[in-house]
Design a protein around this ligand. Structure first.
Ligand SMILES: [Zn+2]
Length: 77
């Protein structure tokens, strides 16, 4: 099932850690990292592969720089 997920331009929320304001809106890159809207780059962890399906369950986890405006995840199927 995971083999159907590939890196691409779709923006999703990714957990960099479970701390508050450390879930970022970003794009999964072909090199296995996530580049976030606020300018971070971090390795994609298995725990958040391949990103959240929607909003983080806890709003306090959202990075403020990333979360100022939600980019609606497009259906690129
Ligand atoms: Zn961020």
């Amino acid at each position: 099932m995971l083999s159907t997920m590939t890196p691409g331009p779709t923006s999703r929320w990714y957990l960099r850690s479970v701390a508050d304001e450390d879930t970022h809106l970003g794009q999964w890159q072909a090199d296995g990292t996530v580049v976030t809207r606020c300018g971070l780059r971090f390795p994609l962890k298995s725990c958040n592969y391949p990103g959240l399906e929607g909003e983080p369950p806890d709003p306090d986890q959202k990075c403020r720089a990333c979360g100022g405006q939600l980019i609606v995840v497009g259906s690129l199927r």
